[in-house]
Ligand binder design. Structure first.
Ligand code: TRP
Length: 330
């Protein structure tokens, strides 16, 4: 079976953008691939972070992933820093990566603008660690959103460079894009993100979600109830495509275009479908929170399974670059 690797930052508060864009896709893949999913805490420290809440954010993130179905019987789930070989391989990749390539990365330039006071080397090096995450498992596929395509492209280049220089070692992994629509934040303009204050949290109570949906941006061309709407310009319709059944999506589209329903009516249908899907996840999170060892045990065994894989690969890598000392062990 082909192997898949992907990672998620331990932001703590997972929103429906993360869920639709990544997690739900990850769950779909577990039957067809050998899946390895990682909470990337070492990536999270490239921007200013709160050390005191890090463990909680890591565990909260893992809890949600498990509640969505990413349990140890179906995939490997682990925390990046529990497998330190990732950072070791990143160092080796550093030494075959031209500085200019990293400086050109879109995410680096964007984050550099957002965090002007803290443009650290780790932020620049972020894609190298990501390449190490993927290649250390010789993964064939990487399920990510569009914003990560450039990083996977970069990862392929790292593999190519390493292979050319030291002999064939790594496959070039391919992006697996989810077919799910890209939902925007409640402002209808920006990507859903905590820093934009436009999120709908996966674990928010239903009433809070309804309050946010009620005021969420819709089609900007529809001023009055009697105006026909334009679903293609409406983020609420995109959310329908993510949460509603095909026939309801069609009905909603037609009713919107003919002004058969108003925006509130449309949002009510969406709300019902959204809660139908995320309600059971919320229940599962509550259950799991009652037995935290379920999560810590999964992460512990996940890291152990990873260590078996990366031990062999790192031996091969160290050997190829000439730093493996056979006499050390004896
Ligand atoms: N950079 C990814 C993101 O922000 C997270 C990530 C880290 C990742 N390492 C990875 C994704 C390896 C895929 C593969 O979404």
């Amino acid at each position: 079976m082909d192997r898949i690797f992907s990672g998620i930052q331990p932001t703590g508060e997972i929103h429906i953008g993360n869920y639709v864009g990544a997690i739900r896709h990850w769950v779909e893949l577990v039957d067809r691939y050998e899946c390895i999913y990682c909470v990337v805490d070492y990536h999270a420290i490239t921007i200013e972070h709160e050390a005191a809440s890090m463990q909680k954010r890591i565990l909260d993130t893992a809890t949600v992933l498990m509640a969505c179905g990413l349990t140890p019987d179906r995939c490997i789930l682990f925390v990046q820093s529990h497998v330190p070989e990732h950072t070791e391989l990143a160092w080796i990749f550093n030494c075959i990566t031209p500085l200019g390539e990293l400086e050109r990365m879109t995410q680096f330039k964007e984050k550099g603008r957002q965090h002007r006071h803290n443009i650290n080397v780790g932020l620049l090096d972020y894609p190298v660690l990501q390449a190490a995450d993927i290649l250390i498992y010789k993964a064939g596929y990487v399920p990510v959103g569009e914003d990560q395509i450039q990083h996977v492209e970069f990862c392929r280049e790292v593999a190519r460079k390493f292979n050319t220089r030291f002999g064939h070692t790594f496959p070039e992994p391919q992006v697996l894009l989810s077919k799910a629509p890209r939902i925007l934040g409640t402002d209808g303009k920006n990507k859903m993100s905590k820093s934009m204050n436009n999120t709908i949290g996966l674990l928010e109570p239903a009433e809070a979600i309804w309050e946010k949906l009620k005021t969420a941006a819709t089609c900007p061309h529809r001023q009055r109830r009697s105006d026909p709407g334009h679903p293609e310009h409406c983020n609420i319709f995109t959310m329908h495509q993510a949460f509603s059944k095909p026939d309801e999506i069609l009905d909603t589209e037609r009713n919107c275009r003919t002004a058969g329903i108003g925006c509130i009516g449309c949002k009510e249908i969406l709300f019902k479908n959204m809660i139908e899907e995320i309600g059971p996840i919320q229940t599962r999170v509550k259950e799991i929170s009652g037995k935290p060892e379920f999560v810590t045990e999964a992460l512990r065994s996940g890291a152990m399974r990873c260590r078996l894989i990366v031990g062999k690969v790192m031996d091969e890598v160290r050997s190829k670059i000439g730093v493996k000392s056979e006499w050390l062990a004896g």
